[in-house]
Design a protein around this ligand. Sequence first.
Ligand code: ARG
Length: 602
Amino acid sequence: MLRLALTLEARLRAAMERAFPEAANEAAAAGRPLDPQLAPASKPEFGDFQANGALPLARPLAQPPRRIAEAILAELHADPEFAELCLDPQIAGPGFINLTIRPERLISEVAARLADPRLGVPPAAATADGAAPPPVIVDFSSPNIAKEMHVGHLRSTIIGDSLARVLEFRGHPVLRLNHVGDWGTQFGMLITHLKQVAPEALEHPDAVDLGDLVAFYRQAKQRFDADEAFQAASREEVVRLQAGDPLSLQAWALLCDQSRREFQTIYDRLDIRLEERGESFYNPYLQAVVDDLRRAGLLVIDAGAGCVFLEGVSGKDGNPLPLIVQKSDGGFNYATTDLAAIRYRFAAAPEGDGARRVIYVTDAGQASHFAAVFQVARRAGWVPEGGRLEHVPFGLVQGDDGKKLKTRSGDTVRLRDLLDEAVERAEADLRRRLAEEGRSEDEAFISHVATTVGLAAVKYADLSTNRITNYQFSFDRMLALSGNTAPYLLYAVVRIAGIARKGGEPSTAGSLVFTEPQEWALVRELLRLDAVIMEVEEELLPNRLCSYLFELSQVFNRFYDQVPVLKAPEPARSSRLALCRLTADTLKLGLGLLGIPTLERM
Ligand code: ARG
């Protein structure tokens, strides 16, 4: 419907310009051409769209808005292109123009989509010079070595993957970057501990499995806190590591490698692709960050530390807050690394990634970090004209009790256990349902369906809430067969697959014919897909796509429950089967963009 809307907008603007040439010239001179203010109709009985653009003209033209709307209508009546697109427009209320797309235009849109694997979603516009479009970077997941990959990282992983999928589908080259926390002073203590408890690991890295690295981290931390000699050794170790001592580097690589394997099992299960580019990647560029900032006159030495004072951000005392980029001991920090990353990501290839849009998916707790880092990067001149830096924050994952998600014994929930439980519960639900329905299925089927549904439920529960708010993790809710859940949507796809098996291919010979309001409601809902995807691409809110898919399933179910399909006479039967197929294709595409594969039977 997006293309139709754009054409409609152009026709309306032209009509406004013909009706009010002086106002149009003035507006154009001010760089703000007249705006028809086209929006989706607030109610289906008002048609498809409404144009509110007459209202803001009332004051400058000193005319009642209804008169203005009438003048625009008179021009529209004289426009054959408009007449081909819309039925007779109506004025409502103080001067809104209600617009209804001609049914035959909707039908040709549906027909076009039935033959289009992109279902009407346009590919991102090519650049003017025909060069490959610049990459979009999505920085997501990004757990820390030897630390827990926790539910916060799971949210980042699921949301980031979905955003990357939407951007890729639109045709942007996407760099999916895992900004793993693989550098920092914690490695001093980890390596010191490693050298003492498993010295053989350094000789034969493959022979050693450090097992639970999180427990390993905890032991090291305990010793660090309790033992001064251990602390001193750890500090020396950091210095050795930073100086590139081979043995220290080897120990570091071993720890990274073991963590990486852990992380990878989660990514594999969730079918998530990521390119690891950890914090250590930026080590060679950290000094240049500070040098650039000094040259730009932004660097201030405060109490021995290199800082940039932030504009518009002040502390409790009213003084501007600093962003520290070099500690008084000369060391760099998380912010320095992120500045180096921005510098690298926007820099033209081959010295950098040449990106134009960089998206960071982390919990909302890091919002002020990113605001500060983005500001400094812009002031340093590392962000090109039109370059976009966006933080995509999300809220906390809470347990049923509204508190931070914990196991019953009070520990943090391990992701592996969480995914296992989702799949186990999906399997139990499935076995119960099969027994109720008296169906027997083989174990391969049960395991495939349970895995798909369980993992889909976890992903969808995360994606379907507005990501800014905290979200309550509940297996019961996410696995329910009704409501805005993955099982509900997967079931809709299965239902349509069943219809298709019985109905066969719709005959494409005849043209589509729709007569029932439920059919038109479904047609209109199907045609919203392109606008929804473009909106997600802009606003980075996957929950909009989820709401759309949920609404589509509901409209479909209403249609299928109230209008005969398989028993309908031709040409209604084929037309309705075609709507079924397009609904299934739309759901599959949409779920695919959320990282959720669908099933033929469940
Ligand atoms: N490792 C960080 C954490 O666990 C997230 C990193 C996000 N990305 C970035 N460029 N800072 O909180």
